[in-house]
Design a binder for this molecule. Structure first.
Ligand code: HEC
Length: 210
């Protein structure tokens, strides 16, 4: 039972990581499996700062933080870690969270524009969020915080070749702002989204270890 659960969890983690890495649809992964995998990786002592547990792994119901409000008492099983091992680890957490946010906004727009998901009236909100986050993307790399050799995450080249990397962050900022403007102008949003995506993919190809 334990083993099969761990296998399931492993599959969940692999799928989750792949889905995030590929930047495809995060909701394709059942949330429960990802949570189990996080709990398991903690249990195996792999919950160290550079793993993908995001510093707030799934805890048991008894350890959940109790929240109260108008809808009754509820336990939050994903409390935020009180501290990180280093500033670099804290930044890595925020960077990954911010990247996931970029991905969420991007995918919400693509579900509207490239699919039949509806939500035309929300495109501007997501585009503005992409532009706002995109405008500060360089700050997500302020402290040298490469992933350990061979692990998923940011490559050391980001900090070894700062001028080259700055071309990628600045091009993304510009393109994200351009896309928001295209949406405001009622321009060609499908092509605009396609153009923006190039900058996500190029930076990942050159500066991210998967
Ligand atoms: C200038 C470079 C750059 C740009 C532009 C960029 N990314 Fe990233 N992205 C990275 C790096 C580097 C990582 C690895 C960060 C880490 O693990 O510390 C990453 C990680 C991610 C992750 C994984 C987050 C996690 O939880 O591990 C997602 C999802 C993602 N990016 C989506 C996007 C999307 C979508 C876009 C475009 C809308 C984008 N990124 C633009 C460099 C970039």
């Amino acid at each position: 039972m334990k083993n099969s659960r761990r296998l399931m969890a492993g599959l969940g983690l692999a799928a989750g990581t792949y889905v995030l890495a590929a930047g495809i649809v995060a909701f394709a992964v059942p949330g429960a499996e990802v949570q189990i995998s996080r709990a398991d990786s903690m249990g195996q002592g792999q919950g160290h700062s550079h793993s993908h547990d995001h510093g707030h792994s799934h805890v048991s119901a008894e350890q959940a933080e109790q929240l109260t409000g108008p809808f009754g008492a509820h336990g939050d099983r994903h409390p935020q870690a009180a501290s990180f091992a280093s500033p670099a680890d804290g930044l890595t957490e925020r960077r990954r969270r911010a990247m996931s946010a970029l991905s969420g906004h991007f995918r919400a727009v693509s579900a509207t524009l490239l699919s039949d998901a509806g939500g035309e009236d929300m495109i501007g909100i997501h585009a503005d969020a992409l532009a706002a986050l995109g405008g500060r993307i360089d700050t997500l790399f302020d402290i040298a915080s490469p992933a350990p050799e061979g692990e998923k995450g940011a490559l050391a080249a980001i900090w070894a070749q700062p001028d080259n990397f700055a071309r990628y962050t600045s091009a993304f900022s510009t393109e994200a702002e351009r896309f928001a403007q295209t949406v405001r102008d009622g321009g060609d949003m499908v092509n605009g989204l396609h153009d923006l995506r190039y900058y996500c993919v190029a930076c990942h190809a050159d500066f991210r270890q998967r």
